[in-house]
Design a protein around this ligand. Structure first.
Ligand code: DGJ
Length: 721
């Protein structure tokens, strides 16, 4: 080959550029703002393979680092060939770029690589979403050797950042009811790893989504400036993301399935396809980053992302397992009185030999409990219909209680070590989703619910266990279990979505233990946390909002926390609103308030779900004690603005103006306070007849938040509307 070849993978504002040199080595020379003239990418200097103070191998910036030959750093792909040779070399062969849609807005680039010695090939895939500025990267691995090749590490992406001097990583850790706690660190020489080994989910302890800021920490006070990169791995199981500052002080990023206990035996001529790593880069700060994820997810990833969602009343926190037909019938009437779209029956409706009366028995036995519900689910659906609302149901199909008929009848369907004692997570074990018989069983649970009850309008799919004692009684290769579990789960969900494309399904996992863009291709919404304390939720939802669109967040008003009903409701309204409390225990004002909110929400939900979110004041900001966010519709003629008191220092409150964002400077807006609690002192309510977007965004406006007004929601409307 002659001079260097450049393969730019571009979106409207960003570029990732791969250079292929004369030796057919391929490296990442640029990630950042797209250059006006693609020819200019050729000017970017290369890292020569030189010893002492340089790139010793010529591989530091490889776009997919192979193992065992001259590489000295962390590989992206590590294999042992059929002849036991533990080395890999990859050379560029060719590439292709083609549009995947009529309007050229989604472009797929494929780069074909080959080992010069072995019949072993890799294809790097890059799907660029032009308008949303998101790049989705994955690889596929194949060979034609005499026997299986052992894949010891098989990453989705390997990126290289060489134009910056300092790298700041914000990652999100947590635990049950404490999801998405951000922590920002400066990356130092060596490797920082984000990973999980939980098996059934990616996050809980550490989310697979992160932010990187270049040369300076992220500017959370001003989200419109700074160079920021955001990445997320679309995989619902063990993952590993490595950030390596190499000896040249550049950043190598490798993301993919966690190789932990997961050596994969790849048979000849079978393709191994990795999950996608998704990323975006912005030179205009964090706000742009979120807009891109939100737009992309609604348009391309989440089912019915641009459509509607149902408000609901859930019975979990009002009954737990203790209910019968009469109690549920009365809750269904409450749901109608409240004004929601749907009643959701939670855990506890199944199991006969081992009734599901608490969380230690019955899970896995998906037959209606005859004592609690003698007339079955059909009766409850008819009650919902009589009350003019829809009906949904809870399941947790991937898991089993040892005290269940399922466990008695199919011990070989359960993940557990044959010679060690069982260890439980919430008294349950995990079914072996790598077993096709189990896949069929799980598919059937959902399919049967829908075929028996075609009017069923909603599913809540829970997942309350992690994998302990990882061992499959049937899988030929134990080291395939973690990968095959997730693949088995995706296969079922894929079949279900083909058969039931539009039914709303909530992704639940006792909280945010399972939120990633792999599984979100099958779910319309997710449960961010069991923690529904209003104050906590301001923070939790704030952090999810960096990556996930508002329409996907299920926020229920419950009795958690000390905040007023108004505060809890206002916070829940910043997402898909639901309720999980005893409606009959609400006093007159509380009920009136909630009914009015639901009425207004029906009018405003589309702005909140489909509009652009601007985070105005961070709850983490020192000495401000408030959080403020605004949702603006595409036409910029309507907005909903939420502000909360999040501290209780002396005189804490808004104490002055907040500058708004996203409005049309030329538009005159009317400002009206909504979600006003009955009996509130009318003199403090904010209302303005006409004020320009320019004024609101340049000077600002005080929503008057203080200890008496701890939560304020303002609606902005173009006066001409
Ligand atoms: C955990 C979920 O987060 C709750 O909402 C509820 O559905 C329970 N599981 C039921 O067991």
């Amino acid at each position: 080959m002659g001079a260097n070849l450049h393969i730019p993978i571009e979106t409207e504002c960003t570029a990732l550029v791969i250079r292929v040199n004369q030796q057919c080595d391929f490296s990442t020379v640029y990630i950042g703002k797209r250059l006006a003239n693609p020819k200019d990418y050729e000017l970017i200097p290369s890292f020569e393979a030189k010893q002492f103070n340089g790139d010793y191998t010529g591989l530091y910036s490889s776009a997919y680092t192979p193992n065992g030959t001259r590489n000295l750093l962390e590989p992206a792909l590590q294999v042992i060939h059929a002849d036991q040779n533990p080395s890999l070399d990859l050379k560029y062969v060719s590439h292709q770029q083609k549009s995947l849609d009529q309007s050229n807005e989604v472009i797929l680039t494929k780069i074909y690589l080959k080992d010069p010695v072995y019949p072993f090939e890799v294809i790097l895939h890059y799907r660029a979403y032009y308008k949303e500025n998101i790049i989705e990267q994955w690889s596929s691995i194949q060979h034609n050797e005499t026997d299986s090749v052992r894949l010891q590490k098989y990453s989705s992406a390997n990126l290289y950042f060489s134009t910056f001097h300092q790298y700041y990583l914000t990652h999100f850790h947590g635990a049950w009811a404490r999801e998405m706690i951000p922590e920002e660190i400066q990356l130092t020489a060596g490797i920082k790893v984000l990973d999980t080994k939980l098996g059934t989910r990616a996050d809980l302890f550490q989310a697979p989504s992160f932010l990187l800021s270049f040369n300076q920490p992220i500017n959370y006070e001003n989200e419109d400036s700074g160079e920021v990169f955001a990445g997320t791995l679309a995989w619902t199981g063990n993952y590993k993301i490595e950030f390596e500052i190499d000896s040249m002080r550049n950043l190598r990023l490798i993301a993919g399935i966690n190789p932990y206990a997961s050596e994969y035996f790849l048979i000849p001529n079978k393709e191994f396809v990795t999950p996608s790593f998704l990323f975006t880069y912005s030179s205009q700060g964090l706000s742009t980053i979120s807009h891109r994820w939100h737009q992309w997810a609604r348009k391309y990833r989440v089912p019915d992302g641009q459509g509607n969602r149902l408000t609901l009343l859930n019975n979990w926190e009002s009954t737990y397992f203790d209910f019968d037909e009469a109690k549920l019938t009365s809750l269904i009437q409450d749901a109608r009185q409240l004004g929601v779209d749907l009643f959701l029956l939670d855990d506890g409706w199944f199991g006969n030999k081992y009734p599901r009366d608490n969380d230690s028995a019955g899970l896995g036995d998906w037959q209606v409990n005859r004592r609690k519900l003698p007339n079955g689910i059909g009766y409850l659906i008819s009650q919902a219909q009589a009350n003019n609302i829809q009906f949904g149901i809870w399941i947790e199909p991937e898991m089993v209680n040892p005290r269940s008929e399922l466990y008695e009848n199919h011990p070989d369907w359960v993940i557990k070590l044959p010679n060690r004692s069982e260890y439980y997570f919430r008294n349950q074990l995990v079914l072996d989703m790598s077993n096709p018989q189990v896949q069929e069983f799980v598919f059937d649970i959902v399919d049967r619910l829908f075929t028996d009850h075609p009017q069923l309008a909603y599913i809540k799919w829970d997942c309350n266990a992690v994998i302990y004692n990882a061992y499959s009684p049937t899988n030929l290769h134990q080291s395939h279990l973690y990968v095959d579990y997730v693949r088995g789960l995706y296969d079922i969900l894929d079949r279900l979505r083909k058969k039931y494309p539009s039914v709303p399904i909530m992704l639940c996992s006792g909280g945010g233990g399972r939120v990633d863009y792999g599984i979100l291709q099958y779910f319309t919404e997710f449960w961010p946390s069991d923690n529904t304390d209003g104050l906590e939720r301001v923070f939790i939802q704030w952090n999810y909002s960096f990556f996930f669109p508002t329409i996907t967040l299920c926020n229920h008003v419950t009795n958690w926390g000390k905040q007023s009903l108004k505060f809890r409701t206002d916070v829940a309204m910043m997402g898909k609103l639901g309720y999980d409390l005893v409606v009959s225990k609400l006093n007159e004002n509380e009920l009136k308030f909630s009914q009015q909110v639901l009425h207004d929400y029906a009018r405003l939900k589309s702005i909140i779900w489909h509009g652009r979110l601007f985070r105005l004041v961070s709850p983490y900001r020192l000495n401000r004690d408030i959080a403020s966010l605004i949702y603006v519709n595409a036409e910029q003629d309507q907005a909903v603005w939420f502000t909360y008191l999040v501290g209780n220092r002396y005189l804490a409150g808004s104490n002055g103006v907040i500058r708004l964002k996203g409005l049309n400077p030329l538009t005159m807006y009317k400002i009206q306070e909504i979600n006003i609690y009955p009996g509130t002192d009318q003199s403090t309510i904010v209302s303005v007849q006409s004020i320009s977007g320019d004024y609101l965004m340049t000077y600002g406006f005080d929503p008057v938040v203080d200890v008496q007004r701890a939560s304020v929601v303002l609606q902005l409307t173009n006066v001409m509307n």
